[in-house]
Ligand binder design. Structure first.
Ligand SMILES: Cc1ncc(COP(=O)(O)O)c(C=O)c1O
Length: 278
């Protein structure tokens, strides 16, 4: 393990340890301790920033340690996928300039209103008409919203296939996209293939669904967000190189009918913060 950093929430107390065992020996901690490996995180973040053919948002839920958030910011990550009002507050307090994207498709009206009014959040995801109405009401009919409609996609290729719990079915996507287009300054389609997607084909299949949704709805799309799912290397689990994923996603995005006018986004979580060789 590379030199680690012990992070206490809200504390500036930093220590260097050669490995996890020395932390246990030195501290005998009663409570969980986060060990950050800033060099590894910097390397992983730079890889996304430099090589992903679009914008990379860090999915904060993977590791919300403030020290780590600063490391990612210093490595060039400017956009953060936040999934709760607690994450919104934390990232805003840690990185005042960061762009926050509230990508949980189900939020309370209070969370939306606070995120919009107090923390400058303009990007929200949704997967139902009820959520769209909630966002419009909680932001008092704001005209500067970026709304990302989450599409349900298969998570068959992922080791952690929680993805299918959210997202609008393709059959119901067109009316929701059309309704969101009416109120959004900027309209996106997002999805999440599930964590540890062990083959780039997961994204090809999902992008085919995005294509069908765009054709059905016949609306202009400004953002295509392929979500997270980029696999980390675990013992006995050797995924293809990340470049293969980026290449496949780039080709799929280029072939969409909105390629000329839309931005490409991704939301890596664990691949940025799990032990990684790149
Ligand atoms: C919407 C969304 N985006 C991104 C992620 C990050 O996924 P991963 O850590 O697999 O990259 C998740 C994780 O659950 C998610 O739900």
């Amino acid at each position: 393990m590379l030199p680690g950093r012990k992070a206490y929430w809200g504390s500036l107390e930093l220590h260097q340890y050669p490995d996890a065992l020395s932390v246990v020996r030195a501290l005998a901690p009663e409570e969980p301790v986060i060990l950050n490996r800033p060099h590894a995180a910097t390397r992983a973040a730079r890889f996304f920033v430099e090589k992903f053919p679009g914008k990379s948002l860090y999915a904060v839920k993977a590791n919300p340690s403030p020290d780590l958030l600063k490391v990612l910011w210093d490595a060039g990550v400017t956009h953060f996928d936040v999934a709760s009002i607690a994450e919104v507050r934390l990232v805003r307090a840690t990185l005042p300039e960061a762009v926050l994207c509230f990508m949980h498709p189900v939020k309370t009206p209070g969370a939306i209103a606070e995120a919009y009014r107090q923390h400058g959040v303009r990007v929200f995801s949704l997967d139902s008409t009820e959520e769209l109405e909630k966002i419009v009401a909680a932001t008092e009919g704001a005209t500067d919203l970026s709304l990302c409609v989450r599409l349900r996609v298969s998570s068959d290729y992922s080791e952690l296939s929680l993805a299918s719990k959210f997202g609008v079915d393709l059959a119901d996507a067109a009316p929701l996209l059309q309704a969101a287009r009416q109120v959004a300054d900027s309209l996106g389609i997002c999805f999440h293939v599930g964590s540890q997607a062990m083959t780039p084909f997961a994204y090809v299949q999902a992008m085919e669904r995005v294509r069908a949704a765009i054709v059905d709805a016949s609306v202009t799309i400004d953002i295509i967000d392929v979500g997270g799912g980029f696999p980390s290397i675990y013992p006995g689990m050797e995924p293809p190189p990340l470049e293969d994923y980026f290449g496949v996603i780039h080709r799929a995005a280029e072939s969409l009918p909105v390629s000329y006018s839309s931005e490409l986004w991704c939301e890596p979580g664990r691949r940025c913060v799990r032990n990684t060789t790149r």
